[in-house]
Design a protein around this ligand. Structure first.
Ligand code: AMP
Ligand code: ZN
Length: 487
């Protein structure tokens, strides 16, 4: 049984796909106006762990995670979002000067996002739809909502009539007028709106940099309708699970429910998962606070993608998580231990291609790891089991064939579940460690040359520099290899 906290019922309850053994899962993706930060990836990694846990249980997973490339406005915490389009704003910023136009900017950040996704070893979604490629579905949904009497047109756009859906507020708890009005903060962009909480499905705007022709003239869709339309296109009227960061409960997901349930007259989603925000150095992450990290910044500094992945998943998704550079270093020493186990498996003559054979202890540990993940993704327990498993195989310097087979079995299973054992395919070449701004391979080469010239003082100096940065050099018959120092 896979139990997860459900935001709507406010309980931890079994995740029960409508079709047994087949999970239909939607996770809101990023708005592609800049590089993704590590907080964004805390959310995507939690979704990734759902997918991996479901797979470990033998379920089929249809996983949809979109790219928001239009319609997300800067003031998005009120129901009727206002402000500039985030992507237009980015185009007009200093960074935006690098792009030819808004489409170029969207493509660049969407590609960068998919790179980050691969480097952090997240499972590829079954479909990664883009809002701009689903305009027809969005316009048709808005048309139908008007026909049904759930939406109306004004001079500025088309609005969803919140009063026409009696369950509005069932997810966030903003049900009565008082709490609803507090949540929307009575921001009214258009006096023709019938109620301050009504939110835009379509914005009329013939100056917008991305615009489409609709029955209401030129304009662009509201942010909420895109997810309703894309989820329906790929997963049908009713999803099993929908996820996002905690800021999406209201208004984004509340509005998705209203639109979708009015449109289809079917329940939209059986289970809602929201990820607590990541903090950095104990504070809200913000550029102005100097504690804002994109994924690529961290990797460019030479940190291992698997260490970042482990650091970001080590606190269970529902608990407040704090990221520090120390947590990244601690994660790296765990990763190194796992890689050392893998080296010892290879040294015992067990190739990576074989499945291995568990013994009673590894079977028990993996069972407990999976059980922890099925208990609302309890990653702290699951990772503790992983470390316990590694310790088992690092006790003696050499593994017997039997131990190596058990280690192999354990690493494979643990890696499928948590994704932190293997280096991601591109990690080794892309994330060559940098030491004082110089790739480690250049230092290794300079040291080899110094040795050749019998300048041993210089060679030792280079070794000391590499070691001070937390790496060690091992000279072997095929040259010098570097690895993280394991304490
Ligand atoms: P955005 O690109 O702003 O639409 O955000 C993409 C996803 O990241 C959404 O699910 C957000 O809720 C989530 N998110 C944003 N900031 C954080 C954070 N600090 N911690 C965890 N998730 C976040
Ligand atoms: Zn969404």
């Amino acid at each position: 049984m896979f139990r997860l906290y459900d935001t709507q019922s406010r309980t931890v309850k079994p995740l029960t796909p409508a079709e047994p053994g087949h999970l239909r899962f939607y996770c809101c993706g990023p708005t592609v106006y800049s590089y993704a930060h590590i907080g964004n990836f805390r959310t995507f990694l939690a979704a990734d762990l759902v997918v991996r846990t479901a797979e470990a249980l033998g379920w089929k997973v249809t996983y949809v995670s979109n790219i928001t490339d239009v319609g997300h406005l800067t003031q998005d915490d009120v129901a009727d979002a206002s402000g500039e389009d985030k992507m237009e704003k980015a185009l007009h910023s200093k960074e935006g000067e690098a792009f030819l136009n808004i489409w170029d900017l969207a493509r660049h950040y969407a590609d960068a996002f998919e790179d980050d996704w691969a480097r952090l070893n997240l499972r590829r979604p079954t479909v990664r739809p883009r809002a701009t490629e689903h305009m027809r579905e969005q316009i048709q949904a808005v048309e139908k909502l008007i026909e049904q009497g759930h939406a109306y047109e004004t001079p500025t756009g088309v609005y969803f009539k919140v009063g026409s859906f009696s369950d509005y507020g069932k997810l966030s708890g903003n049900r009565d007028q008082d709490s609803l009005m507090r949540a929307v903060r009575a921001v009214v962009q258009d006096d023709n709106k019938q109620h301050p909480a009504d939110f835009a499905l379509w914005k009329k705007d013939d100056k917008h940099l991305m615009q489409w022709f609709s029955p209401w003239g030129w304009g662009f869709p509201g942010w909420h309708i895109e997810c309703s339309a894309m989820a329906r296109a790929y997963l049908g009227d009713t999803l099993d699970l929908h996820a996002g960061g905690e800021d999406l409960v209201f208004p984004h997901h509340e509005c998705e429910i209203a639109q979708s349930e009015c449109l289809t007259e079917a329940p939209f989603c059986g289970h809602w998962m929201h990820v607590r925000f990541l903090q950095v150095d104990g504070e809200k992450m913000a550029k102005s606070a100097g504690n804002f990290y994109t994924v690529r910044e961290i990797l460019e500094k030479g940190h291992d993608p698997m260490a970042l992945r482990l650091a970001l998943i080590s606190t269970p998704y529902g608990k407040p998580a704090n990221f520090t550079l120390q947590s990244l270093r601690d994660a790296m020493s765990t990763i190194e231990r796992l890689r050392e186990v893998r080296r010892r498996v290879a040294a015992a003559g067990v190739p990576e291609s074989i499945a291995g054979q568990p013994d009673a202890e590894t079977e028990r540990l993996y069972g407990e790891m999976l059980e922890a993940m099925c208990d609302d993704l309890n990653t702290s327990v699951a990772i503790a089991k992983l470390i316990e498993g590694a310790r088992l195989f690092l006790r003696d310097p050499e593994l017997t064939r039997e131990q190596a087979e058990a280690a192999q079995w354990f690493l494979r299973r643990a890696d499928a579940l948590l994704g932190v054992v293997g280096e991601s395919a591109t990690a080794s070449e892309e994330s060559e460690p940098m030491i004082a701004g110089q790739p480690i391979s250049e230092l290794v080469e300079a040291r080899a040359e110094a040795k050749k010239a019998k300048d041993f003082a210089r060679a030792d100096e280079i070794r000391a520099q590499v070691e001070a940065a937390g790496w060690e050099l091992r000279d072997g018959p095929d040259g010098t290899e570097w690895r993280r120092r394991v304490e």
